[in-house]
Design a protein around this ligand. Structure first.
Ligand SMILES: [Zn+2]
Length: 60
């Protein structure tokens, strides 16, 4: 099994990690209840997806 010959330098490791970042989730208004929700996901507030009730939302 191939194994690295030498340890990567801290600079090289840290340069690779510059691409590891968090991105803010996109939010849109739910077309059925108007609450903020993520696109392409079931609305956590009303439980609708594509104008159809798919889940029973949890009580707050
Ligand atoms: Zn909704």
């Amino acid at each position: 099994m191939p194994v690295p010959k030498r340890r990567q330098s801290t600079t090289r490791r840290d340069k690779r990690r510059t691409h590891f970042k968090l991105v803010a989730a996109t939010v849109m208004a739910c077309p059925s209840c108007g609450e903020a929700k993520q696109p392409h996901r079931v609305c956590p507030n009303c439980g609708f997806y594509r104008k159809r009730k798919v889940i029973v939302p949890k009580e707050a």
